[in-house]
Write a protein that binds this ligand. Structure first.
Ligand SMILES: [Zn+2]
Length: 166
């Protein structure tokens, strides 16, 4: 849960991440995975496989974490979703998630061809976090995003700006 001085905490988490001033998305994901000691897989999937009002979701599994995100978006937006989910990981929001964090059987079946059949311990999406947690995740994601190279995303930059949300 958030405490007074939450912004200092975001700063501390960001410092702990020890990111270079510019990093590409794959290196970012690799460095977070390395520090967590668990592989992170990125899985673009059809939007219908993600619960409504979500663009991304974090699947915690026995031996890895999967960031599922809609494949129906720009590269910039996809990177933003990935940064947002990484922020939830870095902030430890799985520990005090709220509501149902199981994944329904239909959705799990739909995701299986993409992510495999490894048991999902928890599926964390927007409905599993408090608004404070969402705010903190978005704040941290914005800081992380400012470090991520857009070199590969130039083509989509305009679309990303028009979408303007996450
Ligand atoms: Zn979130």
């Amino acid at each position: 849960m958030n405490q007074p001085g939450g912004k200092d905490r975001i700063g501390a988490v960001l410092a702990r991440m020890n990111l270079p001033s510019v990093v590409d998305r794959d290196s970012l994901v690799a460095s977070v995975a390395w520090r967590r000691g668990r592989p992170i897989r990125l899985a673009p999937v059809p939007h219908r496989l993600i619960p409504s009002n979500h663009y991304g979701m974090w699947l915690a599994r026995v031996s890895d974490d999967v960031i599922v995100y809609t494949d129906d978006t720009s590269d910039v937006h996809a990177t933003h979703i990935v940064c947002h989910e990484i922020a939830h990981m870095e902030l430890g929001h799985d520990h005090d998630a709220i509501g149902d964090t199981t994944l329904d059987a239909d959705r799990l079946r739909g995701l299986e061809p993409v992510v495999g059949s490894s048991a999902v311990l928890g599926a964390f999406g927007r409905s599993n976090y408090s608004s404070e947690q969402e705010y903190d995740a978005e704040l941290l994601a914005t800081h992380i995003m400012s470090r991520v190279s857009r070199r590969t995303a130039n083509v989509d930059e305009r679309t990303g700006r028009i979408l303007g949300s996450f």
